[in-house]
Write a protein that binds this ligand. Sequence first.
Ligand code: IPM
Ligand code: MN
Length: 353
Amino acid sequence: MGKKYNIAVIGGDGTGPEVVAEGLKVLKAASSKFGFSYDTTMFDYGGERYLKTGKTITDEELEGLKKFDAIYLGAIGHPDVKPGILEQGILLKIRFALDQYINLRPVKLYNEAYCPLKDKKPEDVDFVVVRENSEGLYKGLGSFENKGTKNEVAIQISHNTRKGVERCIRFAFEYCKKRNSKKKKLTLCGKTNVLTFAWDLWQRTFDEVKKEYPDIQTEYVNVDATTMWFVKNPEWFDVIVTDNMFGDIITDLGAMVQGGMGIAAGGNINPEGVSMFEPIGGSAPKYTGKHVINPLAGICALGMLLENIGEEKAGKAVENTVIRLVQTKIENLSAGKMGYTTEEVGDMVAGGL
Ligand code: IPM
Ligand code: MN
């Protein structure tokens, strides 16, 4: 008999719940095929609850999430709530409170037709970004001086600790070592030429840790140049490690290169604790309830969740089913242009497993 898992589900805002519902269909199909069982507990954290109660997520609720094997998240962000409140109050709070210090974002092209880059094939776009997920500019440190006056100064601090940087870099080396790729290359993406405190620490830490991984080829690339190479020569990359802010930016570009927000998934990982998986796109309010949102990014996130909890075979099978589907049936990944409803796409993956 297989194992049993407890999964927390946060549908969240906008199209989040619709996407998650399709992921849960796939989870059900995967559990019967691969012989594991699970319980899901649904949580209503998000914009609607905030508007009704003024609550984002409480400390007790955060504690509660620590008891699960994994968290499956749809999207956070509501048009009637001022930007920042839900993002900081729910999404970033969970990432920080559960110390999900890695944001793992695979950039993989499943079908040549989706790539906006000329002449790039699936084998050319297949890399992973390891984004530091607990520090940097996201730490929220800073201040105003003379706020509201002509002499106003706003200071926003990037906070990088040796421990935080090192655990992220180590994770990236280990991930690169285990990853099934021929390149075995880890790229440090930063800005050593301008941000001479933070990136000095990153570079020194990287240079130290790399001595323990003689089989991994390493390189340093500035973040601006990285965006250029993503477009020009994505085939150069294997694993990229970077800080929170740069990782946020380059993974949106990565998502476009792999075919858009309809397919891009990621994991907020605490290798020693509870991790959370989510499609990297937003809550897409204008498509809410229209049955046109693409659930594949959410389904790919579910695949990553399965791999993370120890159901590697099931996770791989989910990914392979998605690959088959996007190579044979779904010609356009954009919301409203798939040629199928959200539910039909979910059914196709669940059935195809
Ligand atoms: C992401 C998102 C979040 C981030 C926002 C919603 C706070 O853009 O997951 O990339 O900046 O990390
Ligand atoms: Mn982002």
